[in-house]
Design a protein around this ligand. Structure first.
Ligand SMILES: Cc1ncc(COP(=O)(O)O)c(C=O)c1O
Length: 359
């Protein structure tokens, strides 16, 4: 048995941004064996900034340089739950810009610390509803408008975000699966991931189904069902869920939508760490729970791809913190993978929304 096979490639990357993308695709053995589907995980935590948002950060910056909005010595400003801030901080330093991240208070401390480690400035604002002018999004926008040498990245409305996935992530998945992909499952933050990938992959295979998985506390599921943003329950997940329609999300081609509680992602996170040696952050665990759900509803034989969005370390203070979970009344031994799968199989069909068009 070959235990270690050294790389035969002698290619040297000349800039850390060259390491963004080209991530591996991993079979999740526990789920694949249980369901009879191939459940595959796109390992986006392998990006140098530790998350899928490195891809969006690089494309946003590349396009802004190309169209003349971002010039040498300027400051990139962005409102972020953390991962885009980390990605932009990395890209900014690597390409010669300054970075100012505006973050709502209460996100995992790990992400604030990472932004600081890249020597980016960090402005923490109170978490508040979007309608409040002090919301992190509006604060970043105002800063961009007030300073001539600032460039506001605007990951929600700037479609360079979903372009990163249309040009790169989608084609990688298509090649890695050799065109055998039936279902794509994704959470939504800005919608960049689901939009770019669903667009590209469904152009290659019009039969492809894209499933959106929404945490409780986000309004997307309800919006796709009724046309109105309304949340039920709450979630401790970060970087995902939204209560308004943004341009990146509008580009998505979605077929089905489901909404899952935090308990399910807690269960999945512990099952995969024990059975597969795969550690997931909270949004990634929700993605994987969504993939299990899609397998339960579609039956065996399908190839289902989802994303490991970021490093599990970024969920240490919440998902992997016993005191935090206890406070939220969430259990790590709530049910087994097999019973979760059976429960999903038994869920009424109307729990899955069929989506016609995102407006
Ligand atoms: C941890 C995590 N998962 C998922 C997402 C969602 O990605 P997207 O913005 O492409 O919808 C984000 C976005 O910031 C994130 O931080």
């Amino acid at each position: 048995m070959t235990i270690f096979s050294p790389s035969t490639s002698h290619k040297v990357a000349n800039n850390i941004t060259d390491l963004i993308g080209n991530t591996d695709l991993l079979r999740i053995n526990s789920l694949s064996n249980l369901t009879g589907c191939e459940i595959l995980l796109k390992c986006e935590q392998q990006n140098p900034g530790g998350s899928i948002k490195d891809r969006a950060a690089l494309q946003l910056v590349k396009d802004a340089i190309e169209n003349g909005h971002l010039k040498s010595g300027m400051t990139i400003v962005e409102g972020t739950a953390g991962n885009t801030g980390i990605g932009l901080a990395l890209v900014a330093k690597a390409l010669g810009f300054n970075m100012l991240a505006v973050m709502p208070k209460g996100q995992a401390i790990e992400k604030e610390q990472m932004i600081a480690l890249y020597n980016a400035q960090l402005l923490l604002v109170d978490a508040c509803p979007f309608a409040d002018p002090k919301h992190f999004y509006h604060t970043a926008k105002q800063l961009g408008e007030q300073h001539a040498d600032y460039w506001w990245a605007d990951q929600f409305e700037n479609t360079s975000n979903c372009k990163a996935h249309y040009l790169n992530t989608g084609p990688e998945i298509w090649q890695q699966t050799q065109g055998k992909i039936d279902v794509l499952v994704s959470v939504v933050g800005t919608g960049g991931t689901i939009a770019g990938n669903s667009r590209y992959l469904s152009e290659q295979n019009p039969q492809l189904q894209t499933w959106l998985v929404d945490p409780y506390g986000s309004g997307i599921y309800h919006y796709l069902k009724t046309g109105q943003y309304q949340a039920s329950g709450s979630s401790f997940t970060e970087g995902i869920g939204i209560m308004r329609c943004v341009e990146n999300f509008r580009q998505a081609k979605i077929d089905k939508a489901i909404s899952l509680p935090d308990q399910d992602l807690v269960t999945i996170s512990r099952e995969l760490s024990q059975r597969d040696g795969i550690l997931l952050g909270s949004s990634s665990a929700l993605n994987v729970a969504g993939a299990l759900y899609a397998a339960a509803k579609m039956g065996p034989g399908k190839t289902i791809v989802t994303f490991c969005c970021d490093l599990a370390e970024r969920s240490y203070s919440k998902l992997y913190n016993a005191a935090f979970l206890k406070e939220k009344q969430l259990r790590t031994d709530h049910e087994t993978l097999a019973s979760m799968f059976e429960r999903y199989q038994a869920e009424p069909d109307n729990a899955v929304i069929t989506v016609r068009e995102v407006k």
